[in-house]
Design a protein around this ligand. Structure first.
Ligand code: ZN
Length: 239
């Protein structure tokens, strides 16, 4: 994570696990959670994730700015009632630190989840699915979290062509909110198969809906939060 962002997150007063998991190359993965999130099975938080692909800085920026906004809310209003949430600013610190899509072993985390459609076929090195499902520690940590705590919704943040893609039978209300507030199209798939992706795992194996936010690739970093601010605030229930 770039220095400015790391320093900003250091000031966050919300509960955190500073070393919730450890990446392939030994970088710590930090997890933040709302004061009302209870670490028990089936707790059903909103799970918000940045940095699945390390070279998509827009997704890390969006997750980090969401966290900074949440921190300001809790610091300014002790009576606030926001439903339980968990936020991981950067699930792929290896990739983020070296500006590459994959983790430190060259695996695309979004093809390594233990979904029934996981495939060992390597379409190209960008999409290397790993040697077996959940072979990567980043994916194992996230998959275990999802199975144990059953998030009511997973949102993960990327950049490519702008879109709000959902996995599930119908668009979650949160996807519609994001579409309406950004003007980005809301669609049921990205346009090509994504075996072993986070969306396929959470939906096929756990029936948990997933939203994949794609910010416009190359968006100026200071423009990312303004694009999503109103939608994110609605989603977390504090407009
Ligand atoms: Zn991506």
């Amino acid at each position: 994570m770039n220095t400015t962002l790391s320093l900003a997150l250091d000031t966050v007063k919300l509960p955190r696990h500073s070393q919730w998991a450890v990446s392939t190359l030994g970088h710590r993965i930090e997890l933040f959670f709302s004061p009302n999130f209870q670490w028990r099975e089936n707790a059903k938080p909103l799970l918000f994730i940045g940095g699945v692909h390390g070279d998509e800085y827009e997704g890390v920026e969006l997750a980090a700015q969401t966290l900074l906004w949440l921190d300001s809310i809790y610091q300014s209003d002790s009576t606030t009632e926001i439903s339980p949430w968990v936020l991981i600013p950067c699930i792929n610190p290896d990739g983020y630190k070296s500006n590459q899509r994959t983790n430190g072993r060259g695996v695309d985390l979004n093809r390594n989840f233990p979904a029934r459609d996981w495939s060992p076929r390597i379409k190209s090195s960008r999409y290397n699915p790993g040697t077996f499902p959940a072979s990567e520690p980043e994916v194992r940590a996230l998959a275990n979290f999802i199975v144990r705590y059953s998030p009511r919704l997973v949102i993960h943040c990327h950049s490519w062509h702008p879109s709000i893609t959902f996995t599930g039978n119908e668009a979650p209300v949160e996807a519609k909110i994001l579409g309406e507030t950004t003007g980005y199209s809301v669609q049921p798939d990205i346009g090509y198969p994504t075996p072993g992706s986070l969306g396929q795992f959470a939906w096929l194996e756990q029936q948990i809906p997933v939203i994949c936010i794609e910010e416009q690739e190359g968006t100026a970093v200071e423009s990312v939060w303004p694009h999503f601010e109103s939608g994110i605030k609605k989603i977390f229930g504090k407009i």
